[in-house]
Design a protein around this ligand. Structure first.
Ligand code: ATP
Ligand code: MG
Length: 566
């Protein structure tokens, strides 16, 4: 491509609308432009990279035996009403209706449609197992669209769905996708971490996320360098860390704690450490109320709580009026003693001695509380959030934490959608059984953001070679020098003939401007044709090399070809 003809509106200034590097660089490199919050146009460079990412995903899905098809984005409401997700998605779903008043949505994800396709089109149980996928635009009216392609309201996802008749079959289909994902993210040049994720009712190794560690990631990861354990915050198992408590079995005391509603206020008032308190928080879980206890220096993990209680909706903090009614006290003084709702205690609480809890009386707490003597929790389980420095649940070393960008997610769904939509088949014993599903997503456009977050410097993008919009750029130093421009043209043609995706910077610009643009848009190789062309010598530079290497024209071409050999 001749750069004089390329629509590549690069920007020198950092656009004010972009907070993170990948978003800034994509705008500056002229890859994307914003139309509305979370909605972008892809200009030629952006589209080329997007197509490359899609193709890598496609090749590996095909290699894993998955079949590509394409569903519409504009979907009638009925399938989502049948699964209950018309309501569940709530405001995140773009809903609309046609001229005769029929309800539609813009598809946020397609479990229902794939399930129905299999229901309608698969004639015999012999056609199972089957994995179907598409690479398609999704719509979600996200509460906080931001960071460019990272969290869009319109974005490209690869979504795949597997259909099996046995649990073992599902394990196999899942493993095939797991392996394909590892190949995909490796080929995309991403340094990724696979973490255990919450799988709701499925349990076990039912869900994993592919994360790219980055401070701008919106997900928390807990990991252990010693043994390789990694899980997201919601899932990470917690081990009890024992702390020092006053010895013996001290007598229970009710104490005045005026205006001490929070742990900070209490520790200050009593002059002690947060770990000698146990917090008691009242939650609404579907239509019942429960009390949840964790040590004062810990936080409750609401996903673990939801799984334990088995409620349909996410547990919510009880309204202050309810807390007052249940505890007969202002918010901040709830405690387990004498409380008439079920008490769920994090297992760490059972290792505490002579600790402090709310007294269910405004401005009062109990001191020297001991489980067994003063109260008995109804349920004891792992209910807290992991923290940096925790003990690794696998090997006992220290847990580290990081932020991560979720680029992919694989999930053993089970029979949720097949049951909801009536997808059954004969199993090996000739019995009708619900088809067992898995679902597998990749944020195709988000991968582009993640790749740039991981690969850039102060001059611009450093594309992994597999997804660079172009591979090599030929730059004549002096566009008025005929010998240079002619040689550059010839070199450009030869690179194209060798099968490389080459750019020729034939613009009437100073060399400095051209070099800056070439770095900004992240082209992996640059070949500069300057004064030494009289001796047949050019300057060859990889994007990350501090200085170019001198090569003959033929050497430069073969070096470029070699660089892109897989
Ligand atoms: P998140 O927790 O980031 O909202 P999710 O769990 O809702 O993601 P899935 O439904 O599992 O996402 O979608 C599959 C993949 O699609 C995700 O792993 C992510 O890479 C990508 N993705 C999800 N939402 C967005 C979005 N708003 N913009 C860009 N990519 C997205
Ligand atoms: Mg997810």
């Amino acid at each position: 491509m001749r750069m004089s003809k390329l629509l590549m509106p690069t920007l020198r200034e950092v656009p004010a609308e972009a907070e993170i590097v990948s978003h800034q660089l994509m705008l500056r490199a002229g890859m994307i432009r914003r139309l509305a919050a979370g909605i972008y146009s892809y200009l030629p460079l952006g589209l080329r990279t997007l197509k490359k990412v899609e193709n890598i995903v496609r090749e590996e899905m095909d290699r894993a035996g998955a079949l590509e098809l394409l569903m519409p984005a504009l979907l009638p409401a009925e399938s989502y009403q049948a699964s209950g997700r018309w309501e569940v998605f709530g405001d995140s779903m773009f809903k609309l209706h046609d001229r005769s008043g029929r309800d539609f949505c813009l598809g946020p994800t397609h479990e229902e449609l794939f399930t129905e396709t299999v229901l309608n089109e698969v004639r015999s149980y012999k056609e199972y197992p089957m994995t179907l996928y598409q690479i398609q635009t999704k719509y979600r009216d996200e509460g906080r669209p931001r960071f460019g392609l990272m969290r869009g309201r319109e974005f490209v996802m690869k979504d795949a769905y597997s259909f099996d008749l046995t649990k073992e079959g599902l394990d196999k289909s899942y493993k095939a996708m797991f392996d394909a994902y590892c190949r995909i993210f490796t080929r995309l040049g991403l340094d990724f971490t696979i973490v255990d994720a919450d799988s709701g009712a499925m349990g076990g190794s039912g869900s994993q996320e592919f994360m790219v560690k980055s401070p701008v990631g919106e997900d928390g990861i807990a990991y252990c360098d010693a043994c390789g354990y990694a899980a997201n915050y919601e899932k990470a198992e917690c081990i009890v860390s024992e702390k020092q408590f006053p010895e013996g079995d001290l007598p229970l005391e009710k104490i005045d704690t005026p205006k001490a509603h929070t742990i900070e206020e209490l520790t200050e008032f009593l002059g002690t450490e947060p770990h000698v308190f146990a917090k008691t928080i009242i939650y609404k879980a579907d239509d019942k109320y429960i009390a949840v206890m964790v040590r004062g220096d810990r936080e409750i993990n609401e996903v673990k709580l939801k799984n334990l209680v088995g409620c349909t909706d996410d547990p919510e903090l009880a309204a202050p009026s309810v807390v007052r009614e249940l505890t007969h006290a202002e918010v901040g003084f709830a405690g387990p003693i004498g409380l008439e709702i079920p008490v769920y205690a994090d297992k760490e609480v059972t290792f505490m001695k002579n600790f402090v809890v709310g007294a269910n009386e405004t401005d009062r707490h109990y001191r020297n509380v001991n489980i067994g003597r003063d109260f008995e929790p109804d349920v004891v389980a792992d209910l807290r959030l992991v923290e940096e420095g925790d003990v690794c649940p696998r090997c006992g070393q220290q847990i580290k934490t990081a932020q991560g960008i979720e680029v992919g997610h694989i999930f053993k769904l089970g029979t949720k959608y097949s049951d909801a939509l009536g997808l059954k088949a004969l199993d090996e014993n000739g019995d009708m059984t619900s088809v067992i599903m898995g679902c597998y997503g990749i944020g195709v456009t988000r991968c582009i953001s993640a790749a740039i977050e991981q690969n850039h410097d102060e001059n611009g993008i450093i594309w992994p070679r597999s997804i660079a919009p172009y591979q090599v750029c030929v730059v004549p130093v002096n566009y008025k020098d005929e010998q240079q421009t002619e040689a550059a043209e010839k070199l450009y043609e030869k690179l194209l003939d060798s099968g490389l995706e080459a750019l020729l910077d034939d613009r009437a610009e100073r060399a400095g401007v051209k070099f800056k643009d070439c770095d900004l848009i992240g082209i992996p190789l640059r070949i500069v044709v300057g004064k030494k062309i009289g001796d047949g010598i050019v300057e060859f530079k990889e994007r990350t090399m501090p200085e170019p290497e001198l090569k003959s024209i033929d050497e430069a071409i073969s070096a470029a070809v070699d660089y892109f050999k897989e």
